[in-house]
Write a protein that binds this ligand. Structure first.
Ligand code: PSV
Ligand code: MN
Ligand code: MN
Length: 425
């Protein structure tokens, strides 16, 4: 979709203005700081979920945007396109059975030809599929009927096998299990059954795999959720063993939860596995990362950068970085480009925080100074650093700009049709 000459033409057009801004910023920051952040930005990759490439919709309706990927191959092509534009989206996360590969090796090669690897595999026991023997209406791993639980365990093991063929190294389990009315289930039995099921899945993990236990406060159940918060996820992960971790989806908390504190403690305990980035105003809104609460995103990265350094974790590979978003009114590809940009910006700002000065201010109970240090980093416009990182990585100075200049959506509609609907939610 993007030819090398189109990329160089775009960059040539924007280079002079970019250099002016970058030179000024690098001088302000000092070249050592600028280079340190640039090196980390170039390494940092954020996986794209296969289900975010089409229009999401709500329970009230769906307004298709056109040109959506009709197959796994086309989803890979879309992520390849994002990666060509920003060189920061070098991984794709699949959801089974929405994305069952007919030929794992061929799919792996296709992804590699776009410079992509396979991030976490996701299982789905929150929907019934055609031909399925037992229904998940009343849950999957928590179910009162052992046959339903067995079916859910087997599905997860099947997802692991698909992932092995693709070179993935982790399984994310998000369960919609829970109850909608008081009295409907025994919390204790639901927990114990779920733990038993997770233990069977854990036992089937290859030696070098991780399992991420994703929590969510509510929806689709509205009274209780069996993996409802980080405490419950942490309990499962601790009981399962060293290959089990908690996954934090930013939209899965009750309003005003202090997510940065949760992240800090999970990281301290060595139980933070990864992220699903998005933003929200009310619930699991799955809005563009950084579109509602950019300061919160920065504060989360501030804890991540600090905590990963404390544990000696590699920033690029130590945790699983992924977007989990949905798009009702925006072009999905444009939205994903915006999310990646917002995540990298928050990360860069966190890398700018003067940790020694912050530590001093804390030890001296200098509250105002501590706040100033964080806000100074957050309020520094680091966008020219992001553009420079892209330029050096062989990406576009303005990925969204190039996407629009090349009228990519129009071309996708021409080849795939206006009514193409991606598989997924
Ligand atoms: C559930 O709300 C969730 O965040 C899980 O990660 C799912 O896998 C994904 O959204 C898609 O439904
Ligand atoms: Mn999620
Ligand atoms: Mn969600």
């Amino acid at each position: 979709m993007i030819e090398p000459y189109q990329l160089s033409h775009h960059n040539a057009q924007h280079e002079a203005a970019h250099q002016r801004k970058f030179t000024f910023l690098a001088e302000e920051l000092g070249s050592e700081t600028a280079e340190r952040i640039l090196a980390r930005l170039i390494d940092f990759q954020i996986a794209i979920p296969s289900w975010a490439l089409g229009t999401g919709g709500t329970r009230f309706g769906r307004f298709a945007g056109g040109g959506e990927p009709r197959s796994l191959e086309e989803k890979i092509a879309d992520v390849g396109l994002l990666h060509a534009l920003n060189k920061s989206s070098g991984a794709i996360s699949l959801h089974i059975p929405w994305d069952i590969p007919s030929d794992g090796e061929a799919i792996k090669q296709l992804a590699a030809s776009h410079g992509l690897v396979f991030d976490a595999m996701n299982s789905n026991t929150f929907q019934d599929q055609a031909g399925q023997a037992h229904s998940y209406k009343f849950g999957s791993l928590q179910h009162t009927d052992a046959r339903v639980r067995k079916q859910a365990v087997e599905h997860n093991i099947d997802v692991i096998r698909h992932g092995e063929a693709l070179g993935s190294k982790s399984l994310t389990v998000w369960l919609s299990d829970g109850s909608s009315f008081p009295g409907q289930l025994s919390f204790r039995k639901a927990f114990e059954r779920t733990l038993d099921g997770l233990r069977e899945i854990y036992a089937a993990l290859p030696a070098d795999w991780k399992i991420f236990v994703e929590y969510k406060a509510f929806e689709p159940n509205f009274y209780s959720t069996t993996v409802g918060d980080w405490g419950q996820s942490y309990l499962y992960a601790s009981k399962l063993g060293p290959k089990a971790y908690t996954l934090v989806d930013l939209g899965h908390h009750l309003p005003n939860a202090n997510i940065e504190q949760i992240v800090s403690l999970l990281l301290m305990e060595g139980k933070l596995g990864g992220f699903h980035f998005n933003d929200s105003k009310y619930g699991d809104d799955d809005l563009t990362a950084g579109s509602i609460k950019p300061y919160q995103l920065f504060l989360i990265f501030n804890e991540l950068a600090d905590g990963m350094d404390a544990r000696g974790l590699d920033h690029a590979t130590g945790l699983g970085w992924m977007i989990d978003a949905s798009h009702n009114v925006k072009d999905p590809l444009e939205d994903l480009l915006q999310s990646v940009e917002a995540i990298k910006l928050a990360y860069a700002q966190a890398l700018l925080v003067d940790r020694t000065a912050l530590e001093n201010a804390r030890e001296n109970n200098d509250v105002a100074a501590a706040q100033e240090i964080l806000q100074a980093a957050f309020r520094t416009d680091l966008r020219p650093l992001l553009a420079e990182a892209r330029l050096r990585a062989g990406a576009a100075i303005s990925p969204l700009g190039l996407f629009r200049e090349q009228q990519i959506r129009r071309k996708l509609i021409e080849t795939r049709g206006l009514k193409a609907v991606a598989t997924g939610l």
